[in-house]
Write a protein that binds this ligand. Sequence first.
Ligand SMILES: [Ca+2]
Ligand SMILES: [Ca+2]
Ligand SMILES: [Ca+2]
Length: 129
Amino acid sequence: MLGSSDTIVLDGLFEEWQFREPIYTDPEGDNLGDTIDFGSIYIDNDQDYLYLNFELNSETNLQNGSDLILYIDTDNNPETGDDFNGLGADLVYDLGKRDGRYYHDGFKKTIGAPSLRFDNDANCDFRHI
Ligand SMILES: [Ca+2]
Ligand SMILES: [Ca+2]
Ligand SMILES: [Ca+2]
C-alpha cells in the first residue's frame, strides 16, 4: 500500500514533492527579461496520470495569458508527433490557449482544458523559488 509520501494529491500543497528528486534544475535569475523564471522541475506518474511540478519565480496563472507550450514525446520516438527541436512531441498543449493536440496510432485528437487537471482548479498554485 502506498503511503502519503508516495501519492501526489492536487490540493495546492507541495509537501509530497520533497521526497522526489528534480529531473532538472534551472538556474535562478536567468530569465533575461522574460516574466517566468523556471527553477526545479519534477515529474512523477501513477497508473492513470502524469504529474508535473514546475517551480517558478512568481505566482503565475498558466491558463490565462501564458505563452507556455508543453511538448511531451509520449512514445519516445522522434519520428512521431510534432517536430520541436528534434523532439517528436505526441502531446502538444498550449497552456494559455487551453488547447492542444495528441497523436496516437496515426490519429490526431484535439484536447482541451478538461483533459488536464491543475492544482487549485482554474488558478494554478505554484510554489515560489
Ligand atoms: Ca499536494
Ligand atoms: Ca531559471
Ligand atoms: Ca513521438
